[in-house]
Ligand binder design. Sequence first.
Ligand SMILES: Nc1nc2c(ncn2[C@@H]2O[C@H](COP(=O)(O)OP(=O)(O)OP(=O)(O)O)[C@@H](O)[C@H]2O)c(=O)[nH]1
Length: 519
Amino acid sequence: MTTKRAPTIRSKLVLLVMACVVPASLMAVLLIAYDYQRAREQLLANSLDTARAMISVVDRDLASIESSLVALATSPYIKSGNFRAFYQQSQTVLKNQGSQHDMNIALLDITGKQYINTRRPFGSPLPTRNNFPGMRAIYETGRPVISDIFIGEVSKRPLLAVGVPVFDPGIRYNLNAGIFPERFERLLLQQKLPAGWIAAIFDGNGKIVARTRDMERYAGKMGTPEMVRHMKTATEDTFESVTYDGISVQTVFSRSSVSNWSLAIGIPTQSLHQELRETLFWLVLATVGLLICSLAAAWAIGGRIADSVNGLTGPALALGTGEKVDVPPLHLREADEVGASLMQASVMLQNAQHRANHDGLTGLANRTLFNEIVNQQLLLCERNQSELSILYIDLDGFKITNDKHGHETGDRLLRNVASRLKSGIRNSDVVARLGGDEFAIVMVGTDMKNAKITAEKLVQGVSEPYVFDGLSVSISASIGIATYPDSGVTSQALLHRADRAMYKAKGLGRRRVEAAPSA
Ligand SMILES: Nc1nc2c(ncn2[C@@H]2O[C@H](COP(=O)(O)OP(=O)(O)OP(=O)(O)O)[C@@H](O)[C@H]2O)c(=O)[nH]1
């Protein structure tokens, strides 16, 4: 079975960064899209308000022209047939309105015959028929009429007309104001729409009356089929279309209930989306920048954490081998804490190891460790053809000392005997407490003769009185000696032989040394 490798801290941090940055960016995109949608709707609503305001400006202009004509239609010069005077009066009205260039006044009868036309000097020949589309309606209804756009007989240019009846007392003439599209173009331009926006006025048939761009080219032409279709079905609407110039626009229009004319504003789709595109561009740039910085930071931080954690590997392995563990600062609190725990565990392990191999009272090696050491030394002796002696030491009458002076004094005596034994041998020799009042010493490279000399000295040393807080305590020791290879070749065999020799020493009167016989 294969185990899947766990992810690294770096990959986890990278995931964390992605988990933070990506949803935040998506949320930002959603908010921007929502905000854009609201701003767009607001802009279209505002543009529709502007279209309404602009068409009402057009309506007011037409109404003021109409009222001027109604007033002029009551001129006594018409009734008296003094057309020269009426011509002058009409010129004065135009002059007062500042409309000499974009408007003319003409007096016609039902046949279309013109009596005066301010576009021509008085008395010059005038057309005897007229194209004014609403003229018949004036005679039929007796009410003022605002025409759709048509080609003027005199100017031969697209123009519009406002016509009012002249009563005498029945309708005798109609008085028309012919208006050039430039007048409405001026009205459109006065609104100062943002650059790139297109505004246009359409008559009741959907023909272009005026336009803020290329008006000469398009005035009198039908609006685009899309525009005409929408104007026919609604009085106000918002829709997407393409202008004659091929520009994709968001169109809003409003139709006047007075003149039946419509005013449309076209907002180029590109400019409408431009801001969104720019905002999204910066957002993407910021997200990518943020991601790169965050990932770099995550990579660096992840690397540092990984280094700190990896720094624990060596100490952890050292702990397994029982070595003393020393963990240097890892510059990460959690790793430092684990390091401190490893060092503490190492101390505890070493203490436990020491306890397992040493006697708690005297600190000497215990029987287990002693056997281990002897067995190791025996291997060396075998290879080096050298000798080794074991001393088995038992205190004489220790029970009496215990009973007489108490267990505590007995412990103290055992500790002091241990130190005298240690100080009585070479550093390379090892002394152990086998249990109770029994000790053993292994002397490497020492034959029986020399072992005996040392043992004698030890019997002497141990027998010196001990003084504890003014109390003098005496004890002696009996020692049995066994030597490799003569007495045995294993630790157990040698100890056994030395033990037997020690018992022999006891039997022979204590406080003496006895050698084990050759095996
Ligand atoms: N104070 C103290 N006494 C101990 C300890 N371990 C064993 N003893 C005592 O040591 C005494 C050993 O007595 P024995 O083995 O009978 O030997 P002995 O009294 O020295 O007599 P011989 O060996 O025959 O000379 C016993 O009374 C044990 O209770 C210890 O750690 N501390």
